[in-house]
Design a protein around this ligand. Structure first.
Ligand code: BTN
Length: 337
């Protein structure tokens, strides 16, 4: 049933005009009654579809923000990212779901998306809250052949992909910065966080799979919707742009860019070809940062990233230290950024 809906939506969307009932039947290999029923189900979901005799069906308007399997699948233009897709109205954590996919036979690029996460995970063991209708929360399963020490850079690749997709969704009206390594920031407030988890093969010491989880605050209407601890430092695309965003369209834009940049990363297995684009968005470049190293905090000037994706910090002595994302976090001197 669901496949029919996404197939029909894909046909209606790509036609850009009327599609006859006959064409739909032929393309989808179903009867006219099946097409008619599917169109009615789409109408019930809020799609405006015109049916005109002798012309066929026309997709006039999609609901403003519907996150469903058919809506996502009908928008996908990627080769492998999201081609296997799991959508849940509610789940615990999409990262945990994607890890289960990793243990099964699910392919590289499998994506798990959920409207609500009731046990979402943040970095450093923190919880990540996802309320209905507000966030784009998804995880992508990767089955890379590169060595484990390269894996931390994949979150930087994703950060770049999401930053560009978000900026495009906001029609370039608002600048999206990256707080190294992978928080996205608008007007000095966090709009997106990422959590990458790696599982190794027990016997070969190779990556069995990687899961990159992304949580974007999209349609939260006001800061009051965030938990108190993050109310001062979090924002959403809607708060910043004043407009509701379509989460399925945003997901498509993210996956498209991620697929492209993942390919670029694979050419060198480092950030050399993506460094410039990443650095152009780096929050606080050339400014003072505090490095929260478990071995001792220190301050210095952010000099950008090196080819391994480490943050280069110049200390008072003039010595440059390469900070590795796994061990430390970096703050601006006066708050979150
Ligand atoms: C952080 O900034 O602390 C990371 C937040 C990561 C949240 C995303 S939401 C989708 C995926 N599933 C999870 O349980 N966590 C990540």
């Amino acid at each position: 049933m669901k496949t029919d809906l996404s197939d029909i939506l894909t046909c209606l969307r790509s036609a850009g005009g009327y599609v006859s009932g006959q064409q739909l039947c032929e393309r989808l290999g179903v009867s006219r009654t099946a097409v008619w029923k599917a169109v009615n189900r789409l109408k019930e979901e809020g799609y405006r579809i015109e049916s005109v005799s002798r012309k066929g069906y026309l997709l006039v308007e999609s609901p403003e923000d519907v996150l469903s399997e058919s809506e996502i699948a009908s928008r996908l233009t990627t080769e492998w990212a999201g081609r296997k897709l799991y959508y849940y109205g509610e789940t615990g954590s999409t990262n945990n779901d994607a890890k289960r996919c990793g243990e099964e036979d699910d392919p590289h690029g499998t994506v798990v998306v959920a409207d609500i996460q009731n046990a979402g995970k943040g970095r450093r063991g923190r919880a990540w809250q996802t309320l209905s209708g507000t966030a784009l929360s998804f995880s992508i399963l990767l089955r890379p052949a590169f060595p484990a020490e390269r894996a931390s850079m994949i979150t930087l690749v994703m950060a770049l992909a999401v930053a560009e997709a978000v900026e495009e969704a906001m029609e370039g009206s608002i600048a999206v910065h990256i707080k190294w390594p992978n928080d996205l920031v608008i007007n000095r407030k966090k709009v997106c966080g990422m959590l990458t988890e790696m599982t190794m093969t027990p016997e070969l010491d190779e990556i069995q799979y990687l899961v990159v989880g992304v949580g974007i605050n999209v349609n939260n209407e006001s800061p009051q919707e965030f938990q108190e601890e993050i109310r001062q430092t979090a924002t959403s695309l809607r708060i910043e742009s004043g407009r509701r965003q379509n989460r399925a369209a945003l997901l498509q834009a993210v996956l498209c860019r991620f697929e492209k940049y993942y390919g670029t990363f694979l050419e060198t297995l480092d950030m050399s070809r993506l460094r410039e684009a990443y650095q152009a968005r780096l929050q606080g470049l050339g400014g003072e940062v505090r490095v929260l190293d478990p071995a001792g905090e220190y301050t210095g000037i952010s000099r950008g990233i090196n080819d391994r994706g480490e943050l280069v910090v110049e200390r008072g002595s003039g010595e440059c230290v390469a900070v590795y994302a796994g061990e430390v976090s970096v703050r601006g001197l006066y708050g979150y950024v």
